[in-house]
Design a protein around this ligand. Structure first.
Ligand SMILES: *[C@@H]1O[C@H](CO)[C@@H](O)[C@H](O)[C@H]1NC(C)=O
Length: 239
């Protein structure tokens, strides 16, 4: 008996480490995080906006309409990549974020329509409104809302995807990606790789114009200098 103990302990330790390893998240993942917003053709070197949203955060909701308006205004000059950051103090942020990953997998053109559905019915998912509801009933509500955006014909697949560990993994990666970029609140925006000040508060349309207009103008000047006979001069200027 005493002789057996170390062996059993060793086997147990081995099994535990195996279980831990097989559940571990290998990072970086095989895919890049983020949902690309389809806004028609995009220039080869667009100004890149990355937005970090929590689908059940009211400030994320309030920032979406002005950002969408700005995207329409700038057209092909600007691209948007949306990342999710399900905040731990929003009880239903994770299930809603997972639903967005499922939508993106089953019907990618339904991702942003579903985000808009969540924004529209957001009050159904606030902490106070759901504190007496079971996880299962909240998931059911999410699936009902999602069916409208994703398509009723995908209802059963959508439901099944909540049991698929890959959709959990993708949502975890979103969380890890956002936090690894130093983003700790929503909404947050990164433009051409730089975090905009004011994390956690929505930006209005004029705010976007103030940030993006000068970038578009600067891009144009650089482009003109390159195209014109002044190329040598601009090379000199950049030395
Ligand atoms: C995919 O989503 C779009 C946008 O909501 C919708 O118009 C389309 O019908 C959906 N496709 C299917 C197969 O349901």
């Amino acid at each position: 008996m005493q002789k057996q103990l170390p062996t059993n302990t060793a086997i147990l330790a081995f099994l535990c480490s195996f279980i831990v390893i097989s559940n571990a998240q290998s990072l970086p993942p095989a895919w890049a995080d983020g949902f690309v917003y389809e806004n028609g053709p995009v220039d080869p070197n667009p100004i890149v906006i990355e937005a970090f949203f929590d689908p059940v955060c009211s400030d994320s909701r309030d920032s979406w309409a002005p950002l969408k308006l700005a995207l329409t205004h700038y057209g092909s000059r600007v691209s948007l990549l949306l990342h999710l950051l399900p905040l731990p103090y929003h009880d239903n942020a994770y299930v809603a974020s997972r639903a967005l990953h499922i939508a993106n997998m089953l019907n990618s053109s339904s991702t942003f329509p579903l985000l808009e559905q969540f924004f529209k019915y957001q009050d159904k998912f606030y902490n106070d409104q759901t504190k007496k509801l079971s996880k299962a009933s909240i998931e059911k509500e999410v699936i009902e809302i999602a069916a409208v955006a994703v398509g009723n014909s995908l209802h059963a697949q959508f439901q099944a995807a909540f049991g698929d560990t890959r959709t959990d993994l993708k949502t975890r990666v979103s969380f890890k990606f956002s936090t690894s970029r130093g983003i700790y609140g929503t909404p947050a925006f990164i433009v051409n790789g730089f975090v905009l000040p004011g994390v956690g508060s929505p930006m209005d349309y004029n705010g976007w114009r103030k940030i993006i207009d000068p970038l578009v103008a600067a891009e144009k000047v650089e482009g003109d200098e390159f195209d014109s006979k002044n190329f040598e001069r601009s090379v000199y200027l950049y030395k």
